[in-house]
Design a protein around this ligand. Sequence first.
Ligand code: BG6
Length: 465
Amino acid sequence: MTVTSPSDAIVFFGATGDLAHKQIFPALLGLVRDEGLNVPIIGVAKAGWTLDQLKARARDSVEQHGGKDTKPEVLQRMLDLLRYVDGDYGDESTFVELRARLGPAQRPLHYLAVPPSLFGTVAKGLANSGSAAGGRLVIEKPFGHDRATARALGRLLSQYFPEENIFRIDHYLGKEPVQNIVYTRFANSMFEPLWNREYISSIQITMAEDFGVQDRGAFYDETGAIRDVVQNHMLQVLAQLTMDPPTGEESEAVRDQKSALLKAVRPLDSSHVVRGQYVGYQSVPGVRAGSNIETFVALKLYIDSWRWAHVPIYIRVGKMLPVTATEVMVHFRRPPRETFEELVPASSGHMRMRISPDVSIAMGVRVKLPGERMVGEDVEMILTEYAPNLRPPYQRLLGDAMRGVSELFGRDDIVDAQWRIVEAILGNVTPVYPYAPGTWGPSEAEALIGGDGPWRNPNNVTGAS
Ligand code: BG6
């Protein structure tokens, strides 16, 4: 049954864990403050905690991760909505107690902030206790470890929740600037005629982070950069950037176009991949000695469609790079012939979309230098620049899931298409080159981009590149 009315309770499993602390409590506080959220919020965990301990944890969370400037009475309102169920997820009585705590709620939203290995156990417990019917399920990446396990997960969840009621979070889609890519493209008529192989020569997407894997060594060493951020966040950005305009009013219009685009992306092969690992990664606690997991990857992709045929698309992500910034560069083709006394550089003419930490959209154009000669220079016009993340991604996404608005979530076929693209390069199929922390990754990445380069390295200065 597709649920159409707003959820009348929130249940979050993994209530004492890291994700709840970093993201969920601040998001709930934001929903109470900005949208008047007023439904029971039930935390579930196996920690031997009391409700008071959970409340203390919630206070600490908003203090550290956003919301500390919120009025005390708003925080109190959120704390008053909190309930707590302590119990093992494999134990039927946990779910019986949960159902009792849900009281008259008929459309609870269940947020699984737990390891993916527990998704099936929790979904089954919910179904058996009568808490799944009429409810929604929110899950966090990773959705599987590869295509086969992702499909198995999809089949497992579909036994308990219909696809329409499953919300797969990719927090990148909750970011304002990521939505702004689609907005700018389709709210203006001037970009669309240029947005194809006739006018665009190549695209680069860089997601750089100037920190390492921090305290997530054990998780990261099972994951690597391709699974951690390429299969999901980067391919979602790519889809926003290159999909066809949604048509009609159908609520699935946007996801249908994304799905079509991702299905047209040619699966990667090892000749289009350069992996790297920063020096020092192997001494992070939890990382296996001799690990060949990548902390950096550069990729070259093609989309097999009329719009994008032969346009190379480069994606580069990495930890311990010189800056923390995510940026898209769309390069326009050079003029078909030289008209003036100069060779217009191939790098002239671009659109740059900076997604984080600050936000800007800039057009790179060539303008004439003052003087008699018809020669010019490249300048950038900054189209927009505004404070990032007015509403934190998790607040936006949780609010949407509660209303049953699924546009900004993954979908079974989309997740499958994303795995299809990276499947052949998962694992140790290409060499891992070492790179020094604070550099732009191994030099082999330069060879990958070759004549389409150089890579445009985002600056850490607002607006500039
Ligand atoms: C997460 C990855 O999904 O996204 C992290 O697991 C990464 O490794 C993070 O650092 C980046 O997200 P944001 O919102 O901080 O850019």
